[in-house]
Ligand binder design. Structure first.
Ligand code: AHR
Length: 601
């Protein structure tokens, strides 16, 4: 085939806001994932009838005690009735294990109190799941009749194994007949950039590799909840973690501690140099219920307060609260999305009154805020419309031109969720190729499609409830899927100007070309979904000088179903080689089933 590139003329610039991430608490992405708390059900709120995820150690009986709550948010504590003088206490197995590696440090914190006569220290430790081996332990002293917060640091030895087959134990000896109460029991590993209540470093490094300009958060279905009562109610997700009740993530079937609360979502962006794209709850939940028009004003006010919490000065009511929560500096937010996938609301309330009420209030308070609608509306003109696509790789390959003929006179487009769905829990090479094809189309149309984000981002491989997810992890490790690497290539190797590029020939090849206006470097992305390698005759019309040497970064493998897994994380990863013989015309052969970015100097 031939690839004609109009290297002399820029069609339009590639917005600096283009590449983003979309996130929510799905597949234990946040709880038991990016938010690295290792104790499962730390605040005893996950189940009202029993202390799920906790088990007794030695001669102890454990139960939930609503009669001894820690505070008004955590309305029940863990009661441990000890019946022998031998070692007794409680254990927690974490989210599919507690990670242990040599010389690993953990920060322990918890609230405790005990009945009269309780004596001696509490021992906190990380040990093998069967209790046979202790990997790290420490004693805390001073447990008495009133709630008190305790902290300790644990460190494993140099000869500790690498395993997740471990548990966390709080125990005591010599306290037969006494009772111990515990709450908000936390075991925290080191965090990315050592931020307090921060995030999991390996996942953050994978995200950083994608250079996201924005993060669409906090959902998704997670934002909406199944019911109005189980929405992401942001005001309950801020402040000290022991004042956050948590809520059922009933969109995805587990308990969210809200340790990853609004501030942590915002700080996540900050740590990656990305801008939050804040999705506010808009009065519609997944079971189809929507807030009636006369009941909606407090929800609109909640959204305004939320924007103020994120962006307001410390002199504002909610900006002051943010400062008290440890972040005086306001975040910069230019995009607010009203709801999620409101096309599901068949009642017409989104167009009828919900979008208009949020839109008018946000625009009044923040005139330059770009307001995103989740479905077509006629009652107001949104700045941006959010389109979602979950399709097969084949569909993605053949629909890369979807936006080519789209009207340019309406709102701009955010493709706020999209994925080629093949492979589980993470996409295979074929899906990566579909994804790369799709991205070439979005990039070519980035005068209209100003932002894009693949979804979902994360899957704990033990909880793969959604078919394809970009990055997989377990308690110990994580990996990028082939699609992760394809997106990483495109997000890292591009110029700031989109230039014309047309492929003619066989193979169903999709292309996009960009040019860096400062260096003059040209990037050609060539996606070959076919089973044959394809020689591509490149003609760089109108270009100045092209050096004879460049690079080719190629993602490919023998079979389209080849993939990466937690145990084989680097089966399909890109390789960069030097290419020579380049000029204003040259021929380059792209392999079968491949994504190639040619960098021309
Ligand atoms: O990405 C998974 C889900 O797909 C999102 O929560 C929802 O917005 C969409 O239906």
């Amino acid at each position: 085939g031939t690839l004609s590139v109009d290297a002399g003329t820029s069609l339009h610039s590639l917005p600096s806001t283009f590449f983003g991430l979309m996130t929510e608490d799905i597949n234990h992405s946040m709880t038991g994932g990016l938010y690295p708390e290792l104790i499962n059900n730390r605040s005893m709120m996950a189940d009202a009838s029993k202390p799920v995820e906790w088990s007794a150690v030695g001669d102890a009986a454990i139960s939930l005690d609503p009669g001894n709550p820690l505070n008004t948010a955590l309305t029940r504590s863990l009661k441990v009735d000890i019946s022998s003088t031998a070692r007794a206490g409680v254990a927690n197995g974490g989210y599919w294990g507690v990670p242990v590696t040599p010389r690993k440090t953990y920060k322990v914190s918890f609230f405790a109190k005990a009945s009269a006569g309780f004596s001696g220290p509490l021992t906190v430790g990380v040990e093998s799941a069967d209790g046979a081996k202790v990997y790290a332990s420490a004693d805390v002293h001073g447990v008495g009749g009133d709630w008190k917060r305790f902290t300790a640091t644990l460190r494993t030895r140099a000869d500790a194994p690498t395993t997740a087959d471990a548990r966390f134990v709080v125990s005591t000896s010599g306290n037969a007949g006494r009772t111990l109460w515990l709450d908000n029991v936390s075991l925290f590993p080191p965090t990315y950039k050592n931020v307090k209540n921060g995030l999991r470093p390996d996942l953050m490094k994978l995200f950083a590799g994608l250079k996201p300009a924005f993060i669409r958060e906090p959902g998704g279905n997670y934002l909406e909840g199944n019911t109005i009562g189980t929405r992401f109610d942001w005001k309950k997700t801020i402040g000290p973690v022991w004042t956050r009740p948590g809520h059922p993530d009933d969109a995805w079937g587990y308990w969210s501690t809200d340790g990853m609360g609004l501030l942590e979502y915002l700080e996540w962006c900050e740590q990656l140099g990305a801008e939050p794209m804040l999705a506010v709850y808009a009065g519609y939940s997944l079971n189809g219920s929507h807030v009636a028009q006369d009941q909606l004003p407090p929800y609109v006010q909640d959204a305004l307060d939320e924007i103020e919490y994120a962006t307001g000065p410390v002199t504002s009511t909610w900006g002051k609260k943010r400062a008290q929560d440890g972040h005086p500096a306001p975040f910069r937010i230019r995009y607010v999305e009203v709801g999620n996938e409101d096309w599901f609301d068949r009642s017409g309330s989104y167009n009828g009154y919900r979008f208009p009420m949020f839109y008018d209030a946000i625009k009044k308070a923040y005139p330059s805020m770009q307001v995103i609608a989740t479905t077509g509306v006629t009652s107001r003109t949104p700045d941006i419309l959010d389109d979602h696509y979950y399709q097969s790789p084949g569909w993605m390959n053949t629909h890369a031109n979807l936006y080519d003929g789209h009207s340019r006179s309406g709102p701009k487009i955010l493709v706020g969720e999209w994925a080629s769905q093949e492979g589980a829990p993470t996409p295979d090479l074929n899906a990566a190729i579909g994804d790369a094809s799709w991205l070439t189309g979005l990039e070519r149309n980035s005068d209209l499609v100003i932002q894009e984000a693949y979804a979902p981002m994360l899957v704990n491989v033990h909880d793969d409830r959604w078919k394809t997810n970009l990055i997989g992890f377990d308690a110990l490790t994580s990996y990028g899927s082939p699609s992760y690497y394809a997106q990483r290539m495109l997000a890292n190797k591009h110029g700031d100007q989109v230039i014309g590029a047309t492929y003619t020939g066989v193979g169903g090849i999709n292309v996009v070309a960009t040019k860096d206006s400062r260096s003059g470097r040209i990037y050609l992305t060539v996606v070959n979904p076919s089973s044959a390698s394809q020689p591509v005759a490149v003609d760089l019309g109108g270009v100045g000088h092209i050096g004879p040497k460049g690079t080719a970064t190629v993602l490919s493998s023998a079979h389209p179903t080849d993939t990466n897994t937690i145990s084989q994380p680097a089966n399909v990863v890109p390789k960069t080689t030097t290419v020579t013989g380049l000029g204003s015309t040259f021929t380059h052969t792209v392999p079968a089933y491949s994504v190639t970015v040619l960098t021309l100097n």
